[in-house]
Design a protein around this ligand. Structure first.
Ligand SMILES: Cc1ncc(COP(=O)(O)O)c(C=O)c1O
Length: 454
């Protein structure tokens, strides 16, 4: 098999999907619900680093990385070996019945560096981002003995009943009501779309007041267990929470005894240039109380985690958290090696380098094409917002939809995001080579030109 890790994108079939992919996609339509949407013509055969080969031999550069799951890249030998070794011993040991060491080792590792408030920390594992968020809320409720939570416009927290209620975009919960009660929403500080004429400082002040209004309009603060924030909103359009706003939210939490929960499901594991965006928060004196994380934790094995100081974790009523597969032994084995891999290869530093290149590329595009409204993000979690008019900022989702299809045909996988579906997100594996990155920039610019001309 040829080396895929260092390959460049190359489409070999006349059209996409190629014949083998087409046949499997046809079977997909028959075998599984269309509600699990996919508009890409790609059926994967293998993945290495930042590259994917499909079943017809086409080679794609992946700027989506399983939506933030593959910060460490596809198929790293260290993680493969760890999974093989663990699989030969046992797949599963249920933590309510017997203890398996990988769970404990991984929790110990995470308790060393997770940037939550407090010295002594504890970590529990689950299987998905939604489960991590839901458990974080349960932990906050159990510890504070309060019923309500506050979430934000633009938020995405998952598809379980509680996380659907927490998620802002109602397309994700259409026809699924009634929703769990006690979930109240404030406005997220989306600075690009802040009220007209506001300076950044005035906008932050406005958003802090909008948050405080929830205490008047929805729930008294002493009934609020947690405020849940995505440090960089993912599905909401790669909108970073400004640090001055986070400081104010931390102050509000402290004033009323509310726990600050960071949902780092998409933003975690080196993507931001630090292990977590919460590391930046901690440096600024506003560390969260609880962090929920998932996605890149185990390089593609299903695992998620919640970390908080021991006092909070020890305040949870026994029996109310956990589950059969939570902290699976094979997934934990992969996570242990993934953390070592991220550290050994200094993927945080690489994220900063990549982020600068991506930002420079999109800012260059902005000078040539008057459709790039905003380029933003932290580290290599970058979003580019496309608009029809730079002044009115009218969203341009049709362009982004076309771009996604056009770049795929040329061998680059990208994905949209945002309340208006007009943001292109960048979540490429952090092991991408410079040459591959440049090849992606070339495809992106060619595709943009083509879409604007057609
Ligand atoms: C910030 C955030 N939280 C939670 C989730 C839900 O994760 P999962 O799909 O693993 O349940 C996602 C998924 O995209 C996410 O981006």
């Amino acid at each position: 098999m040829s080396e895929l890790r260092t390959a460049l994108p190359e489409i070999k079939t006349e059209i996409l999907p190629g014949p083998k992919a087409k046949a499997i996609i046809e079977r997909r339509k028959e075998a599984m619900p269309g509600a699990i949407k996919c508009n890409y013509p790609i059926v994967i055969n293998r993945g290495e680093g930042a590259m994917v080969e499909d079943v017809d031999g086409n080679i794609f550069l992946d700027w989506v990385g399983g939506v933030g799951v593959l910060n460490a890249g596809y198929s790293q030998p260290e993680m493969i070996q760890a999974v093989k070794d663990q699989s030969e011993k046992y797949f599963h040991a249920m933590m309510n019945i017997m203890t398996h060491e990988n769970y404990i080792t991984l929790a110990e590792m995470m308790n060393e560096f997770m940037p939550v408030r407090g010295e002594k920390k504890k970590t529990m594992f689950a299987n998905s981002g939604a489960e991590a968020d839901e458990n974080a809320v349960k932990i906050a409720k159990s510890y504070t003995k309060r019923p309500n939570i506050i979430v934000f416009s633009g938020a995405f927290h998952g598809r379980t009943a509680l996380t659907m209620a927490m998620t802002s975009k109602k397309a994700y919960a259409y026809g699924m009501g009634p929703m769990p009660d006690g979930v109240y929403r404030a406005e997220f500080p989306y600075l690009y779309r802040a009220p007209k004429g506001f300076t950044e400082e005035e906008a932050i002040d406005y958003y802090v007041k909008r948050l405080e209004a929830v205490f008047e309009e929805c729930s008294a603060p002493d009934y609020v267990a947690a405020i849940v924030v995505e440090p960089v909103q993912g599905e909401g359009g790669f909108v970073p929470a400004p640090i001055e706003w986070v400081k104010a939210v931390r102050g509000i939490c402290d004033k009323y005894g509310i726990l600050l929960v960071a949902d780092e499901v998409q933003s975690g594991w080196g993507r931001s240039g630090k292990m977590f965006v919460s590391d930046y928060w901690k440096e600024a004196g506003c560390a969260p109380d609880i962090i929920a994380t998932a996605k890149s934790i185990a390089a593609g094995m299903p695992l998620s985690a919640v970390t908080a100081r021991a006092e909070i974790m020890d305040g949870v009523t026994p029996g109310t958290i956990g589950g059969t597969f939570c902290g699976n032994a094979v997934a934990c084995a992969s996570a242990i090696e993934t953390i070592k891999f991220i550290k050994k290869n200094d993927l945080c530093a690489r994220a900063l380098e990549i982020g600068k290149k991506v930002e420079a590329f999109y800012k260059g595009l902005a000078e040539k094409y008057p459709v790039v409204g905003d380029v933003r993000g932290i580290g290599a979690m970058m979003g580019t917002e496309f608009v029809k008019d730079l002044k009115t900022k009218e969203p341009y989702p049709e362009l982004v939809t076309k771009l996604v299809q056009t770049t795929a045909r040329k061998g680059l996988i990208i994905e949209s995001a945002g309340t208006y579906n007009n943001v292109v997100r960048f979540l490429c594996p952090l092991v991408v080579t410079d040459e591959q990155l440049e090849a992606g920039f070339k495809i992106m610019e060619e595709s943009l030109k083509e879409c604007l001309e057609s």
